[in-house]
Design a binder for this molecule. Structure first.
Ligand SMILES: Nc1ncnc2c1ncn2[C@@H]1O[C@H](COP(=O)(O)OP(=O)(O)OP(=O)(O)O)[C@@H](O)[C@H]1O
Length: 367
């Protein structure tokens, strides 16, 4: 049987051109190498799984002009995982190695991952080397927690802030991998995986692998993805908002009951409803419609529903949903808490329609 290699490893980029969503960094690094202006100490910071270690390795190879299979690269690139090697002795060992010039190529590159985990003593032992490194040594430090790196280290490094990766970019990357693996995948499923990954490409690839494993026919559908990830189908939010607009309280409460019966949490529902209302709000205006991170065909559905809702309805509804979210945890009866919010929400449309009437007509209605 062929050994399974997880996608995050199988598809680790080997060149800057393959790195997704970090163009501001890859372009700067390429230019720095071309113009011979690379700093000797670099700090890569940003959320987990966005390409820090990957870029450090690519840079390390490029500095010495080694290609992917070059044997020399492994002799000149040293990686230290500071999460498990954080003592002053670990750093002293590294400093001892730094004294010897490279046997191949021009540079020795030291990648120190999770650098914020170094002990204080280790940080201090490292300072002097970082301040006056030998001309052939380059240090690439990586961290998810820049605020935990002491200022004296920060001030000696050129700092590169990595971005969370956009949902659309992650979804596109997953599509490329699905194609290469001959897996058919629905666009909505890939978007959902990308959303769940919260900006981290590594997480997206792990979720993708998991869902492929569950689907026997190498076909990743929206339905298989929501059931595997235990995510509420967004169709529910469309239905709830339709009923809110027609002031149909009983239907809204019945849908909420069905959602709870399926094992979903009331808080997740209200957070999801707030996101849905926010999406409707941004698609009211052409200038903001792209702030909604959903696949193209779903966008149409949002625009269609947004056209049925007034701006005042959306603003008031969003406010009520948000208040419910904020006070959910401290509520003693959480089901009732959400139901109460749903009751208020069902009256919003009537209230805003009434308020919008000219005063003469309003008088007639009240009388
Ligand atoms: N920007 C990206 N472009 C393409 N692939 C990426 C990117 N970011 C992450 N990956 C994928 O995720 C895997 C892990 O990425 P990497 O180890 O570089 O992340 P990291 O930012 O160093 O994370 P951590 O802080 O958790 O160490 C890579 O092997 C690659 O498959």
């Amino acid at each position: 049987m062929e050994k399974f290699v997880v996608s995050a490893r199988k598809y680790r980029p080997t060149g800057f051109d393959e790195v997704v969503g970090q163009e501001h960094i890859t372009t700067t690094l390429k230019n720095a190498i071309d113009n011979n202006q690379l700093a000797q100490a670099l700090l890569f910071c940003g959320p987990r799984g966005v390409g820090k270690t990957t870029c450090a390795r690519i840079l390390a190879k490029m500095i010495n002009k080694f290609d992917e299979n070059s044997d020399g690269s492994s002799l000149n690139i040293f990686e230290l995982d500071a999460a498990s090697n954080n003592s002053v002795d670990d750093i002293r060992n590294l400093i001892d190695q730094v004294r010897y010039p490279p046997q191949y190529g021009k540079y020795k590159v030291y990648i120190i991952d999770e650098v914020h985990m170094l002990s204080n003593a280790a940080f201090n032992a490292f300072l002097k080397t970082l301040e006056e490194p030998p001309s052939y040594a380059i240090f690439i430090l990586a961290t998810t927690e820049k605020h935990k790196v002491i200022p004296t280290i920060l001030s000696r490094c050129q700092i590169f802030d990595f971005n969370r990766i956009q949902v659309a970019d992650i979804a596109r990357h997953l599509k490329g991998i699905a194609d290469r693996e001959s897996i058919s995948a629905e666009e909505e499923a890939l978007h959902l995986i990308a959303q769940k990954a919260d900006g981290a490409l590594r997480d997206a690839l792990s979720i993708f692998d998991l869902i492929v494993t569950f689907s026997s026919d190498r076909h990743v559908t929206y339905q298989s993805t929501i059931s595997n990830l235990h995510i509420l189908d967004y169709e529910y939010y469309f239905k709830v908002v339709d009923h809110l607009l027609t002031e149909n309280l009983s239907q809204v409460l019945l849908i909420f009951d069905e959602i709870l019966k399926q094992g979903f949490d009331g808080h997740n529902f209200i957070v999801g409803l707030s996101e849905h209302l926010r999406n409707l709000l941004v698609c009211k205006d052409n200038a903001t419609v792209d702030l909604m991170e959903v696949p193209a065909n779903t966008k149409e559905k949002y625009i269609e529903q947004a056209n049925k809702a007034s701006l005042s309805f959306l603003l008031t509804a969003l406010n009520i949903a948000n208040q419910c979210d904020l006070s959910y945890k401290s509520s003693k009866n959480q089901r009732l808490h959400v139901e109460l919010a749903l009751m208020k929400l069902t009256h919003v449309n009537a209230a805003v329609t009434l308020a919008a009437l000219p005063s003469e007509e309003l008088k007639k209605k009240v009388v």
